[in-house]
Ligand binder design. Sequence first.
Ligand SMILES: CC(C)(COP(=O)(O)OP(=O)(O)OC[C@H]1O[C@@H](n2cnc3c(N)ncnc32)[C@H](O)[C@@H]1OP(=O)(O)O)[C@@H](O)C(=O)NCCC(=O)NCCS
Length: 265
Amino acid sequence: MKIIDLSDEHKPLYFVCLEDWSEEMKESGSHKEVWYDKIKDKGLGVKLAVDDDGKACGMIQYIPIEESAVDGKDLYFIYCIWVHGYKKKGVGNRQKRGMGKALLEAAEADAKAKRANGIAAWGLALPFWMKASWFKKQGYKKVDKQGFQTLLWKPFSEDAVPPKWVKQKKKPVIHEGKVTVTSFKNGWCPAQNIVFERAKRAAAELGDKVIFREIDTFDKEVFLEWGISDALFIDQKQVRTGPPPSYEKIKKKITKKVRKLARHR
Ligand SMILES: CC(C)(COP(=O)(O)OP(=O)(O)OC[C@H]1O[C@@H](n2cnc3c(N)ncnc32)[C@H](O)[C@@H]1OP(=O)(O)O)[C@@H](O)C(=O)NCCC(=O)NCCS
C-alpha cells in the first residue's frame, strides 16, 4: 500500500468518495467536481491510499482552516477521511489495516511542511460514521462541541490558537401559505449533495405550495451570514441529514407540512 497525491486518473473516483459502484452516489450530481474546481487552488490537499494493485481504497481531504466552515487561523482542517468499508462492493472492506492511520499521518506531515501550526478535524460523538473517538486515539484533543459534532485538533506549536465551530446565526424565513424548503449546500460532501438534490426534486414534485430555496454556502460571506454550511430545513425545522434520508422520506416530510397547510385554511 502507498499514499499518493490525487492524480487525474483517480479524480472520477474521488468525486464519488471511492464509491463508483453506488447507485445512490449518482444522485449527488456534479457538485463535488464543481466545488473541487473552485477550491483546488486554495490549498486543498487530497491524498489517497492505493493498494498494491493500484486501486484507491482510502482518501483524506484537508484545507487551510480559513477556507473551511470552522473559525481558526494558521491550521489545516480535515473535511473527511474515509477508508472503503463496504463488503462485496467496489474494493471491499479495507478498514483496520493501517490505511487510515497512514492517510492521517501523511496529511499531518503535509500540513507541517506547509508551516501550519496544527491540524483540526471533526468527528461525531456517536459510534458510527466519522467517529471523534478515532481521532482521539490518534492524539487529537477535543476543543469544541456543537450538538453531536465534536471539533478536535492537534497543535504542532505552542502558539497555535484553538479553533472553534461557527455557531448558527439565524433560521430560514418562512412564507405565509407555503411550505419553505431551504437547502444549504457547500458542495464538498457528496452525501450532503444527495440530500440537496433529493429535497429539490421532492419540492418541485409537490408543486406551487412548496418554495425551494437554495443557499450556496461555498461563498464564505453567505456562510458567515447564516453560520450553516450544509443543512436541510422544512420551514424552520431542521431535518437530520447524516446519513442522507431517502427521497421518499424527504418527500413525506414535506407532504405532511403541505397537508397541514390545507387543514389550516
Ligand atoms: C476511521 C477510519 C478512517 C480508520 O481507518 P482504518 O484504516 O480503518 O484504521 P487503521 O487500520 O489505520 O487503524 C488505526 C488505529 O485505529 C484503530 N481503529 C481502527 N478502526 C477502529 C474502530 N472502528 N474503532 C476503534 N478503533 C479503531 C486501530 O486499531 C488502530 O489502532 P492502533 O493505532 O493502536 O494500531 C476508517 O475506519 C473509516 O473510514 N471509517 C469511517 C469514517 C467515515 O465515516 N468517513 C466518512 C466521513 S464523510
